[in-house]
Design a protein around this ligand. Sequence first.
Ligand code: HEM
Length: 196
Amino acid sequence: MTTAAIPGYTYGTETVAKSPISMEDFELIKKTVLFTEEDEKYLHLAGEVLQDRVEDVLDVWYSFVGSHPHLIRYFSTPDGKLIEEYLMAVRKRFGQWILDTCQRPYDRDWLNYQQEIGLRHTQEKKGQTDHVQSVPHIGLRYMIAFIYPITATIKPFLAKKGNSSEEVEKMYQAWFKSIVLQVTLWSYPYAKQGYF
Ligand code: HEM
């Protein structure tokens, strides 16, 4: 995996936030979302299917965000001017995240980067990585609501390499569970002390 060329992508480095979640608690969250070893297997398969199509997936997601003023404002200055270079810088890391979701082991480094991604959506870190002055944080309501488009739009891409409909469904379910798992972890910095 060659990721050094992605500005601001700090996976596995010392600068990444530390996840406050223990492995025991993480296992319980996984159990709650019914995430099993079979899902890991199908996420790996999804990675093989998606790896040549990352840019096409990103085109769909970016056009979705771009067509909704209440979402594109998060890539804009507080007075509403789009920060094009911000959009493009995040796009590179977003592409890498698709592969990480499918291919990385969900270990301590992965958990730490989930905390980092969560923080990057909040006032604590939003805009810092790309040195931009944008609106200060993304509303938790949109983080949760975004689970649906990020999940529903992936299905046609999972079906593009000739896998059986049963395999496509299993990849899709595994993807869905992973996105719920990740947004759950990203909600940590949003929760009041003691509420997570
Ligand atoms: C950053 C995914 C919700 C706007 C990112 C990154 C990923 C991601 C992978 C890059 C992380 C990195 O820096 O390595 C997701 C997923 C979401 C979600 C899977 C929900 C299921 C949203 C929503 C918005 C949004 C609703 C609003 C438009 C942004 C922005 C950044 C970002 C502005 C850059 C943050 C920064 O300044 O570092 N997101 N996101 N995201 N996302 Fe999201």
